[in-house]
Design a protein around this ligand. Structure first.
Ligand code: ZN
Length: 326
């Protein structure tokens, strides 16, 4: 349920070339299209609306050792690339496909006649600079341990690393089932912000984001109505999460809506705005001119998330932030 960490050494020549050719310079989706099904294409297009797809792949390996590891990979897992005893960058997994023809097209074959057919796609690639010695310390390996090949860390080691660097994808969403979400909501104590608590919190957020955004890279703020990449949108609770009963949290289709980080989420959270009769209403608070301009631009907008199922949550928020002018 939590994000796994994948280690991807890039010491050899093939890997160094692939890193530049298909990750740093993402692959045009039109090059991929002839090799994949329509469903796979649609899925990729949702993930990469600009059509540029950072692509990686591994060979099956001796006795399928790599493909067995690849099978464990899921969206929102983190891949670290390493060379010269440094983990020098990381990115988040978005999707994977097994496709030898595409791999051959992108990378040809290695000297043993294998191709990198166990393909996975990445996003949010970022430079980092983690000495392998620090990595070893965090996950509990001995000081001189050197990662030799494609590796998927177990849950405990993954949690240690993800927790240490506070890694969280802004766009890739890990698959969380209804049952897993229920288990989190019923067991999760927000006070327990240890590594396990953080991991559950991420999973809960991931589930809610998946509910709102599906695989789409773009979404629309429920308050101001503007469209943004989903990394600028929160899955915001209409009724404050800490006041929700378990039953209300489980009403996940109605308890959240997208709110943008450019102001709407904070304004709603702090009670500067409420939704009344389906419209954005501005409360009487201390404001400044720029704030007033922002509020004027959204006042009276119709909120499309206001309906008979969500009504009671908006009412709670309005009462919670009740001020004299309502
Ligand atoms: Zn907004």
């Amino acid at each position: 349920m939590s994000s796994r960490v994948i280690l991807q050494p890039t010491g050899n020549k093939d890997a160094r070339e692939h890193y530049v050719d298909t990750l740093l310079r993402p692959v045009d989706i039109l090059r991929i299209k002839p090799f994949i099904s329509q469903d796979e294409f649609n899925h990729l297009k949702e993930l990469y609306p600009n059509g540029l797809v950072p692509t990686w792949g591994v060979t099956a390996g001796v006795n399928n050792v790599n493909s067995n590891k690849w099978n464990k990979i899921q969206p929102a897992d983190v891949t670290f690339f390493s060379a010269n005893k440094v983990l020098y960058s990381y990115g988040f997994v978005t999707y994977k496909i097994h496709n030898a023809a595409l791999a051959q097209h992108l990378w040809d074959f290695n000297s043993k006649g294998e191709t990198w057919e166990y393909i996975y796609f990445l996003d949010e690639l970022r430079d980092h600079d983690i000495p392998v010695s620090l990595f070893n310390k965090i996950v509990g390996y001995s000081q001189n341990y050197l990662v030799q090949g494609f590796t998927v860390l177990d849950e405990e080691k993954s949690n240690a690393l993800v927790g240490y660097f506070d890694l969280e994808s802004q766009t890739a969403i890990q698959p969380v089932s209804d049952d897993e979400y229920r288990e989190i909501v019923e067991s999760f104590d927000l006070a327990a912000l240890d590594i396990e608590g953080k991991s559950k919190s991420r999973a809960e957020q991931g589930f809610l984001r998946k509910t709102l955004f599906g695989n789409r890279a773009l979404g629309t703020c429920g308050v101001c109505g503007k469209e943004y990449p989903i990394s600028f949108l929160n899955a915001a609770h209409i009724k404050k999460r800490s006041f929700c009963t378990s039953e209300e949290k489980l009403d996940y289709k109605n308890i959240v809506m997208p709110m943008c980080k450019f102001g709407c989420d904070d304004l709603y959270e702090k009670g500067y705005i409420t939704i009344n009769n389906g419209q954005v209403k501005v409360n009487d608070k201390i404001i400044t001119e720029p704030l007033n301009n922002y509020l004027n631009s959204i006042e009276g907008r119709e909120c499309e998330y206001w309906n008979k199922s969500t009504f009671k949550y908006f009412e709670w928020h309005r009462n919670h932030h009740f001020v004299s002018n309502i």
